[in-house]
Design a protein. Structure first.
Length: 156
């Protein structure tokens, strides 16, 4: 009479990981930052909103995700890809002070694009340069954030 529904393993793993992450982020936000009100937002308002949104989307993905009888096994990402993608923010944080925003973004984007085995170095360099120019335009010139365009290693 009623079909039983069981989400696919991929959707379950996705849901568990992201609901756990969103719950942790919401807990830390509530613990450390004042939330405020919608009319007078505190520094924790937007992170809490993002945490709740991520949790809701994750639950929806599990509930409404497609399940199939011929499910593919979960594949583990190659170590190189994981290391390069997770290493890109580290490259950025270590290079922003000595090299400045332009080259820190350039290196981190170049670093992360090499995670794909199909990436071409020329395309990666063009993407890195374009993204660096975009970040400089937005964060330094439009938002006037106090970020160094050129770091102490380049500017002297």
């Amino acid at each position: 009479m009623f079909a039983t529904y069981w989400p696919s393993r991929r959707n379950m793993v996705f849901g568990i990981v992201f609901v756990s992450f969103s719950a942790l982020m919401a807990f830390e936000t509530l613990r450390k930052l004042p939330i405020g009100t919608p009319a007078n937002m505190g520094p924790g308002f937007f992170p809490l909103l993002l945490s709740i949104s991520l949790g809701a989307i994750s639950i929806l993905a599990v509930v409404f995700g497609q399940s199939s009888a011929q499910e593919e096994p979960l594949k583990v990402a190659p170590f190189r890809a994981v290391a390069l993608v997770l290493g890109a923010p580290i490259v950025f944080s270590l290079s922003i002070d000595p090299l400045g925003l332009f080259f820190a973004v350039f290196l981190s984007v170049l670093f992360s694009t090499q995670a794909s085995i199909r990436s071409k170095i020329g395309e990666s360099i063009l993407l890195s340069a374009g993204f660096s120019a975009f970040c400089v335009l937005v964060f330094i010139y439009l938002l006037n954030l106090p970020l160094p365009l050129w770091g102490w290693l380049i500017a002297g």
